[in-house]
Design a protein around this ligand. Structure first.
Ligand SMILES: Nc1ncnc2c1ncn2[C@@H]1O[C@H](COP(=O)(O)OP(=O)(O)O)[C@@H](O)[C@H]1O
Length: 190
């Protein structure tokens, strides 16, 4: 299995790239944000528990998120590899992911970060908020809170993966196709 973690700040383009990469490399795409939003929309028990955190732009607690993630991975026993989008976002999630993948005889092959400047990303999210219906994209304060969450809790993961020799950063500014090319170059070299 070639498991890839797509890494980057909110709005960096992880979801957009995932759509192309999953086709190109026949990967199973798991977006924790999408799974949470599906649960919110269907008002499931998980959705009810996650809503307050998501609407505020806070991270959902690790235990809830990791349980959901493992359930999702287990739905795809035939997967060629998984493209993780939005997970892990904390050190504890990264450790749990490593432990879980080891338990099924697998591992993270690479973590690929899409890099872009904060101010550009905030503008992208506000633009997305006009049409996406996402509450967390419509209010600049909530967006800034997501960046704070990212800086405090998610950014330290770069060191975690760097220490394992699995961290690759690509420039996330350019056309969608250009960025797909850059990410593909990393995957093709693994
Ligand atoms: N791995 C995770 N850990 C905790 N919360 C998460 C995780 N993934 C998604 N969420 C919740 O879902 C929200 C939206 O996720 P996502 O669509 O990936 O957002 P973004 O556009 O901010 O990258 C997050 O702000 C957070 O509340």
């Amino acid at each position: 299995m070639t498991n890839i973690v797509l890494f980057g700040k909110p709005g960096a383009g992880k979801g957009t790239q995932a759509e192309f990469l999953k086709e190109k490399y026949k990967l199973t795409h798991i977006s924790t944000g999408d799974v949470f939003r599906f649960n919110l929309k269907n008002d499931t028990e998980l959705g009810k528990q996650a809503r307050v955190f998501m609407d505020a732009g806070d991270l959902v607690p690790d235990e809830l998120t990791t349980k959901m993630l493992i359930d999702e991975v287990n739905k795809h026993p035939e997967a060629n590899g998984i493209l993780f989008d939005g997970y892990p976002r904390t050190l504890s999630q990264a450790e749990d992911l490593d432990g879980f993948l080891a338990s099924i005889g697998s591992k993270v092959a690479a973590t690929i970060a899409l890099e872009a400047d904060d101010e550009l990303l905030v503008q992208r999210l506000l633009e997305r908020g006009k049409t996406s219906g996402r509450i967390d994209d419509q209010d600049e304060e909530k967006i800034r809170n997501r960046y704070q969450e990212y800086n405090e809790k998610t950014a330290p993961l770069m060191n975690y993966y760097q220490a394992q020799g699995k961290f690759f950063a690509v420039n996330g500014i350019g056309t969608i196709a250009e960025i797909t090319q850059r990410v593909s170059a990393v995957i093709d070299n693994l």
